[in-house]
Design a protein around this ligand. Structure first.
Ligand code: ATP
Ligand code: CA
Ligand code: CA
Length: 391
């Protein structure tokens, strides 16, 4: 982790003297490679206590352009990622990827396989075109692609936006694909403090889905459909909607129960009268009310919704999408589309034929990209999210 931080900070620093300019097609193909010898060198004057390693930055000018586009100052980027230890996430995925989150919750570093890295390289020009047309998207935002090489070991990693705040309690978390075949969290996963549930678990826990105001529903579904069209055009499959729920009412009850604050109860009564103006006692965490570093990055911004500043209170991290469950409890929903570096290749086609032979082709999660995106959209629009009838 320390070496990676060293590599990133050196790579970003090295870009500073290069004048800003438009990106060119060849910028998507450049690789910059730096050897970090532990004793230091002319290129890397600072010695370090770790093994010698090589650090490669892929398409540095293109990623600088993306970071700029999202309003990320290079200095802030390095401070976020390299100035404090990163937190490692336990990954429920089967791929064995490593996930690190920056201390300020802004960025995620995910290790990716060779094939995924190669695919990202091919994707970049199209990804850039798409960003320019539409900054409001639930698709991952890529801020860097690096390789750490030590002896014969190579770790490839992407830097992306982090979707989930750590400053408030997330009561439920789902990884949804729109498939029902084997889409149930394992017992091992369930035993975790906040398990990542899957499609079948969602249907069981929320048979009536999650309720949204009509405009919110329309904006969210439109964004998902637009994003799915892009993914389909790149023949991408196997992506998920990451969905995390903060239950505002439950959180208030939990707080009251803990007896931490008698005041909280009184405040809640006030809240009941004043609609959703004030929600819970502030959880005195400076990061909750701080402006996000990355522009267009909160769930709300991604679907192009704006709310009155005082409706979303200052003690709840802004950016969650307001919703309700079937019981009428107020929720804040954090979401985004993840794991998009898998493209439909021959292996998948074979897997599809085999699985389609064995199971009903409709419920297996390995399908052609057009089928995958259609099923994904339908699942989100009809099962996961529902429009509250305005009465
Ligand atoms: P697999 O290929 O086996 O599905 P993976 O290693 O490719 O898994 P992902 O599917 O990308 O991993 O993500 C695994 C988990 O990591 C997600 O369910 C989620 O909990 C967390 N995660 C991934 N991306 C993000 C993100 N951008 N923000 C917050 N959490 C994330
Ligand atoms: Ca996945
Ligand atoms: Ca994956």
């Amino acid at each position: 982790m320390y070496s990676i931080q060293l590599g990133i900070s050196h790579a970003i620093g090295g870009l500073a003297p290069k004048p800003e300019r438009d990106i060119l097609m060849q910028d998507f193909k450049t690789i910059e490679s730096v050897d970090h010898y532990f004793q230091g060198s002319r290129q890397t004057p600072n010695a370090h206590r770790y093994s010698n390693f090589r650090f490669e930055s892929f398409a540095p000018m293109a990623f600088r352009y993306f970071r700029n586009y999202f309003g990320i100052d290079p200095h802030d980027f390095v401070l976020s990622l390299c100035n404090q230890p990163l937190r490692e996430l336990s990954n429920p995925g089967a791929s064995g990827s490593i996930f690190y989150v920056s201390a300020d919750d802004e960025f995620i570093i995910k290790s990716v396989q060779h094939k995924e890295g190669e695919f990202l390289k091919k994707l970049l020009p199209g990804y850039n075109m798409n960003l320019n047309q539409n900054p409001c998207t639930l698709l991952p935002k890529f801020f860097g692609f690096y390789s750490y090489i030590c002896n014969s070991k190579t770790v490839r990693m992407v830097v992306m936006n982090n979707l989930l705040p750590s400053s408030i309690k997330l009561h439920e978390k789902y990884d949804l694909k729109g498939s029902t075949y084997k889409r149930k969290a394992s017992d091992m996963e369930r035993s975790k403090k906040v398990p990542t549930f899957k499609d079948l678990d969602f249907l069981e826990l929320h048979p009536d889905g999650i309720m949204l105001e009509p405009e919110t529903y329309a904006a969210l579904i439109k964004t998902i459909q637009r994003d799915c069209r892009v993914l389909e055009s790149f023949k991408i499959m196997d992506y998920s909607l990451l969905l995390a729920i903060h239950n505002v009412d439950l959180a208030a009850t939990e707080e009251a129960e803990r007896g931490l604050n008698k005041l909280a109860k009184d405040e809640r009564n006030v809240t009941e009268n004043a609609g959703i103006r004030r929600i819970t006692k502030p959880n005195q965490n400076s990061s909750t009310s701080r402006r996000r570093l990355v522009a267009h990055s909160t769930a709300l911004e991604s679907i192009q919704m704006k709310y009155d500043a005082d409706v979303v209170t200052e003690n709840i991290p802004s950016g969650g999408v307001p919703a309700r469950n079937a019981k009428g409890e107020r929720l804040l929903v954090f979401l985004g589309i993840i794991d998009i570096l898998q493209n439909y290749r021959l292996e998948k086609k074979l897997e599809h034929t085999l699985k389609a032979l064995i199971h009903d082709g409709d419920t297996v999660s390995v399908h052609r990209p057009d089928f995958y995106s259609q099923r994904f959209e339908n699942f989100m629009a009809n099962q996961v999210f529902r429009k509250v009838s305005s009465s």
